[in-house]
Design a protein. Structure first.
Length: 220
């Protein structure tokens, strides 16, 4: 297993709050998911969202990411917070006509090919693998490439919805290796207990629109 040879940025140290949700109301038609929901997340926290299916975990993650509207309430990002959101739709956004290296190199900020190849290597794209066309990749390989693109965005607030779906164990180990080095704030949903135990330092339990924050890891 390789490890990434660079560090991720942190939110500015002038403030500890990364995001604040206040009095959030969210419904899908007649289905009220959240009524007056409140949540604050601080710098460098690693939080797993747990709870029964349909409890609102993915809805909360999308609200945090700013990709889902809500009926009322406020969402306030902290100073210099850069959000990145991983969900399976990111796989569908890959360009099938590009090579792995070309797709990974499509970043907002210019990066050296050496750095990009280092990150690709950390996610098991080695040697001539980087010249494969996206269209011939397996589902797991596409998921790995989408994760590479996400991490190359260098976010300091990372939101991930079931990131280990379609990944085999070596790929999961590679992802955990990268996230263990991650110095920003991480909030994720996962049903992979091994993955949760390895990464989560806080647990947010969601049930029937109620959030219960446990200041401890999954074992706690």
């Amino acid at each position: 297993q390789r490890t990434l040879a660079f560090h991720f940025p942190e939110p500015a140290r002038s403030g500890h709050r990364v995001i604040r949700l206040a009095d959030i109301h969210k419904a899908y038609g007649d289905n009220l998911v959240y009524r007056g929901m409140e949540l604050e997340i601080e710098r460098a926290q690693r939080i797993v969202l747990v709870g029964p299916n349909g409890a609102g975990k993915s809805t909360l993650l999308k609200i945090l990411a700013g990709v889902l509207d809500f009926e009322s309430g406020t969402r306030e990002l902290g100073h210099k917070v850069n959000v990145a959101y991983y969900a399976q739709y990111r796989v569908e956004m890959l360009d099938p006509s590009r090579s792995v290296l070309q797709e990974a190199s499509d970043t907002a900020e210019p990066m050296s090919e050496q750095l990009i190849r280092t990150v690709l290597g950390s996610f098991l794209f080695v040697g001539d693998d980087v010249f494969k066309k996206v269209c011939v990749l397996s589902g797991g390989e596409k998921s790995r490439l989408a994760l590479v693109k996400l991490l190359l965005e260098a976010p300091n607030f990372l939101l991930m919805d079931e990131p280990t779906t379609h990944l085999d164990m070596p790929s999961i180990e590679a992802l955990m290796g990268a996230l263990e080095q991650y110095t920003g704030t991480l909030v994720f949903i996962s049903h992979d207990v091994y993955f949760i135990k390895k990464l989560a330092k806080h647990t947010l339990h969601i049930d029937a629109g109620t959030l219960t924050h446990y200041h401890g890891d999954y074992r706690y």
